[in-house]
Ligand binder design. Sequence first.
Ligand code: FAD
Ligand code: SF4
Length: 539
Amino acid sequence: MEENLPGVIVIGAGAAGAAVSYGLAKSGISVICLEQGDYTNPSIYPSTEIGWEKYKFSAFNSDPNVRMGKADYPINNANSPISVANFNAVGGSTILFSGHYPRLHPSDLRSYSLDGVACDWPISYEELEIYYNRNQENVAVAGLAGDPSYPPIKNLLPPVPMGKMGQVLAEGFNKKGWHWWPAYSAIATRDFHSQNKCINLGPCNLGCPQGAKSSADVTYWPKAIKLGAKLLTNCRVSEIVAPNPHEVTGVKYFINGEEKFLACKIVVLACNGVGTPRILLNSKSKFAPKGLANSSGLIGKNLMFHPLAYVEGEFPEGLDSNLGPQGCSISSQEFYESDPSRGFVRGYTMQVLRGPSPIEYIIGNIRRKSLRWGKTQIEEFLSKYNKTAHISIICEDLPDPSNFVDLDPTQTDSDGIPAPRINYKLSENSKKMLAHGIRRAEEVMTSAGATKTFSFGPVRDTGWHLMGTARMGSDPQNSVVNEWGQSHDISNLFIADSSIFVTSGGVNPAATIQALALKVSDGVIEYLRGNMPHVRAVR
Ligand SMILES: Cc1cc2nc3c(=O)[nH]c(=O)nc-3n(C[C@H](O)[C@H](O)[C@H](O)COP(=O)(O)OP(=O)(O)OC[C@H]3O[C@@H](n4cnc5c(N)ncnc54)[C@H](O)[C@@H]3O)c2cc1C
Ligand code: SF4
């Protein structure tokens, strides 16, 4: 224990905020996290109720503009074909996340060296691997060792059952001779620390009442709080206060509509790839007219999603496709690494998803006219439901400064803080990649025995991976933070969320977010020990 170390404020209690708070509390550092949302109560999550599906369209929708809850802030998505998805509560977006938990590939950190695109990360896979492994001490991760797509990954819990649908599609991949592997899933497939074993209920995207899904409220927060971290809920930060160009001294936040100030020695931002640039851009002063920590002009720039396509196959036999953890079955990384003959750079993951819930299925099929209203609807539904298989294509998105988050000139949240505005276009590279992925997934469906396929993409409401808006690097003119998440401009300001990603990879980001957040907590600790660049302020 290191005593009398000065206090750190962490903003945001999601995947990154929980991991960074835990890392700091474990080293005896006094840490307070301010979170705009509240605790959720797993014992009353929607799937514990008969009419559970209705919450998908209201309080548990992944679009904050639909939920419009007390903790939510509006997001202007009008200038983007993909709209932002999130959740604002203790645990952040991991309350809703599917639990896909793959790591980046070593090549993802070197796309400039390998393919001449984007930038290399200032860290190697080997450096990140230390933190991936450390993260797995606290987060239940299921999977299977020996995947030829990755360097060895240890300490995995038994994989999530593939289910009949997974087996049928695995056979389809085998016939093509293409890679597939049980999905890496942040799900406890046996009891793990305080997490109960998954009981395959299904609707993981409405919160896991069993506590099996490794959302940050069940993994890091109980431990962090036990170690002394303080978590203040319903506190929305509007601004970080910087009285001179090189130092922050605290934050302004709203609680019950009243503005307050909290002083600290260090601020760590963990509000995700949209919430973090929003606060920095709103923290303008005479020293920082373009927003805080923004001498590079890159705050908000280079926004990356993972453009996503969806391919469904209809099969003659029942596949039990709605049984088991919703998102996680098997994945293929056959087309992950660059191959110039495909006409695009970098690649994608194919993820096999379980089937939609009944109401979702009916709404979707009525929209595309494959199910009719009327007396025969139930019969038709029963003859088709659970006979479908699903593959999503998750494309690597490359950084492009013309894709960016800025502040909406008119819209605000309930505390009057400007809303973020998304400005995003799909690149030609992503369009080609999506089209390639759709064709390959259709081939898998057909070789697995599908009689019909249905495909579309990019899917609009899938902007749940928010990356790149305050990227890391060693050159202060071309990046916002260094490899420890420390701002180049302001040495006692750190960023711990996926804003700091340099590239997006073609995999879901949560494993990398939490690994990096542990690295950022080490950076803060080293800063406090005097081993990192220090405040240059003239006092
Ligand atoms: C439906 C859905 C499915 C997903 N599935 C997967 C998946 O399978 N695998 C995967 O890797 N990822 C998935 N994701 C994405 C993943 O959940 C996020 O990438 C991850 O949670 C981001 O972590 P974070 O800490 O950066 O942000 P978040 O987890 O979003 O947490 C940010 C927190 O900051 C708080 N905050 C924001 N602004 C303020 C403010 N001004 N003041 C105070 N608090 C603030 C928010 O309330 C929130 O709690 C999914 C997301 C959704 C919505
Ligand atoms: S399937 Fe498993 S992880 Fe998903 S909600 Fe049910 S118990 Fe939780």
